[in-house]
Design a protein around this ligand. Structure first.
Ligand code: GUN
Length: 290
């Protein structure tokens, strides 16, 4: 069993992005810039955005978080998006999700200029991704592809099972793994809450991507010997022995599954850091495209 180490790999990619920043600025271009719109006080969202900003600093980007009250109107939020679309100093920006209940998330996503949509959430980017055209890939799937590529994991012709069909992970990674590309060319099965006998699919899989948001869902008896396990879950579960009162666990029961796997991502320290790094790489790309 080999760990797919997101902290290590993102460290390697940080150095690569630093070189690209230097190459860009040597040509007289400005330093790449990322902005995050953070609405309300969701603790997980605050922590994610903090990590994104920290990584910007590390690679030498300009970065800014715009904090907005949870009671902001749809109209005012759309105005903030418009301002960022028009701001020449901003190469890319994200609107951290989830948004408060009264906000229409789809409308906000549609308002983002696809050229600045470094989260890759806009349907224009999703459509381009599905057709194999140059685009911003959604951050988590992009991070998963980086793992497969950089650890030389053979995907072509393999049986992949994706658990979960979200717009930002399950659905796009199932498309990406089946594309005629490298990594890709896999035979992909997308399982979800209505799938019967999920274990029948997972037991046959060479590669499993677990993105359903159920703590420790995937157990050892559901995977075959030598499978590659990508755990996208980040679940906070109560842990009174910790100062924070919680601990993070994935969708994979790591302890039992790890010994059977050939490669596995830990939680934390696996897909999480790679997701943040993908956002940085998309912002780099946005700056280079300009
Ligand atoms: N909420 C959970 N994951 C993400 C992400 O990748 N981007 C944004 N904007 N919000 C999220």
């Amino acid at each position: 069993m080999q760990l797919l180490d997101g902290k290590y790999l993102s460290g390697v990619l940080v150095e690569e992005v630093k070189v690209r920043v230097a190459q860009l600025t040597e040509k007289g271009a400005k330093v790449p810039g990322l902005v995050a719109l953070l609405v309300g006080e969701n603790p997980a969202s605050q922590s994610y955005v903090r990590n994104k900003m920290k990584l910007c600093e590390k690679v030498g980007f300009q970065s800014k978080t715009i904090r907005l009250n949870a009671d902001i109107s749809q109209e005012d939020l759309l105005l903030e998006v418009k301002k960022l679309n028009e701001d020449q100093n901003v190469d890319g920006f994200i609107v951290q999700l989830p948004l408060p209940k009264h906000i229409n998330e789809t409308e906000v996503t549609l308002a983002i200029d696809p050229k600045k949509d470094v989260d890759g959430f806009h349907p224009i980017n999703f459509g381009k991704m599905a057709q194999g055209l140059p685009c911003f890939l959604p951050a988590t799937p992009f991070g998963i592809l980086q793992f497969l590529e950089r650890y030389n994991i053979d995907v072509s012709g393999k049986k992949c099972v994706v658990l979960g069909r979200s717009n930002i992970v399950g659905s796009p990674i199932s498309i990406l793994l089946s594309r005629k590309a490298t990594p890709g060319n896999a035979t992909v099965t997308l399982c979800h809450s209505r799938t019967k006998n999920i274990e029948k699919y997972t037991q046959e899989a060479d590669i499993i991507v677990a993105a359903l948001g159920i703590p420790n869902y995937l157990k050892a008896d559901m995977v075959k010997e030598g499978a590659v396990i990508i755990d996208v879950g980040i679940n906070r579960i109560e842990d009174a022995s910790r100062k924070s009162g919680y601990k993070l666990v994935g969708d994979v029961d790591f302890e039992s599954v790890a010994p059977k796997s050939s490669f596995i991502t830990p939680v934390p320290g696996g897909v999480g850091p790679m997701t943040v790094m993908s956002l940085i790489m998309n912002t780099m790309l946005a700056a280079e495209n300009r």
